[in-house]
Design a protein around this ligand. Structure first.
Ligand code: MLT
Length: 235
C-alpha cells in the first residue's frame, strides 16, 4: 500500500516531504477547476505564475494571460479565473499564462515533487485512476485562502483520499479527518459548500455559475499535471 496525506495550506507544505511523491494541488474555487476546463477545451498549456507582473510579461511571448486576485479579474488583465471563460473552446490552440491568489502559489510551492497534478471535481475520477496507476505516495496540497484552511479544497482531499483507500493508506490525521467530513457532507456537497467563505465571496461577486461548474464531477477524462518545464498540460 502507498500512503496519502493532506497539506491544508501552502504555509504548511514545508512540513511535508514531497520528494519522490505525487503532489495533487487543489484549488476548487477556482484555479485548478479553471485549469482543467481550459486544457479540456483546447488550451495547449498553462504556465502558472505566483507574480502578477511576471504573468503579464508573457503577453509579449504571444501567451494569453489570465490574472485573478481576491476573486476578481486583476487590473490590466482581460481574463480572470473563471472556468466558464474556456468552455466554449474560444481559446483552443492558445498557450495561457495564469496567476491567481492561492492556486498558482500552491503549484510553485509543490516544486521538488516527483510529479505534480492539479485536481478538481470535473476530472475527479480520471485523476484518481491515474494516481492508482502511478504507485507513488501522495500529498494532497490544498491551496486554501491566503494561508488559511478552506472547506472546498479540504473536502476534495477527503473525497480523493476516500476514493484511493484501496491503494493508499492514510498517513496523517488530516486525511482521516477529511474522509470523515466528506463521508458526512459529500451527499449534499453544494448546499454544504454554499456556507464556505470563498463561495460567499464569489456569490457576492455574482459568479454563482462558476461554483456550480467547480462542483460538477467527472465532466472530463483528461488528467492535468506539470510537464518538465512546469507547464500544466494534459497527460
Ligand atoms: C485562488 O487562487 O484561491 C482562487 O483561484 C481564487 C478565485 O479564483 O476566486
Amino acid at each position: 500500500m502507498r500512503s496519502i496525506e493532506v497539506c491544508f495550506s501552502p504555509k504548511l507544505i514545508h512540513l511535508h516531504e514531497v520528494k519522490g511523491k505525487l503532489v495533487v494541488v487543489v484549488d476548487i474555487f477556482r484555479a485548478t477547476s479553471t485549469m482543467v476546463a481550459a486544457l479540456a477545451h483546447g488550451v495547449t498549456e498553462i504556465l502558472p505564475f505566483a507574480d502578477l507582473e511576471a504573468c503579464r510579461e508573457m503577453q509579449k511571448q504571444e501567451y494569453l494571460i489570465a490574472g485573478e486576485r481576491n476573486g476578481l479579474t486583476a487590473p490590466g488583465f482581460e481574463l480572470g479565473n473563471s472556468p466558464l471563460a474556456f468552455t466554449n473552446g474560444k481559446y483552443a490552440g492558445r498557450k495561457l499564462a495564469m496567476t491567481t491568489t492561492n492556486g498558482t502559489l500552491a503549484i510553485e510551492k509543490s516544486k521538488g515533487a516527483a510529479e505534480i497534478l492539479v485536481g478538481a471535481f470535473p476530472n475527479f475520477q480520471a485523476t484518481a485512476n491515474y494516481i492508482r496507476s502511478r504507485n507513488l505516495d501522495v500529498v494532497i496540497h490544498c491551496a486554501g485562502w491566503k494561508g488559511r484552511f478552506n472547506l472546498e479544497d479540504s473536502l476534495f482531499a477527503g473525497a480523493l483520499a476516500q476514493e484511493l483507500a484501496d491503494s493508499h493508506t492514510n498517513a496523517d490525521d488530516g486525511a482521516l479527518a477529511m474522509i470523515s467530513l466528506f463521508s458526512k457532507e459529500g451527499p449534499q456537497l453544494s448546499s454544504f459548500l454554499a456556507q464556505a467563505s470563498h463561495a460567499k465571496r464569489l456569490q457576492n461577486h455574482g459568479i454563482e455559475a462558476d461554483i456550480d461548474f467547480c462542483l460538477s464531477s467527472n465532466l472530463y477524462t483528461q488528467v492535468v499535471g506539470a510537464d518538465k518545464k512546469g507547464a500544466m498540460v494534459v497527460f
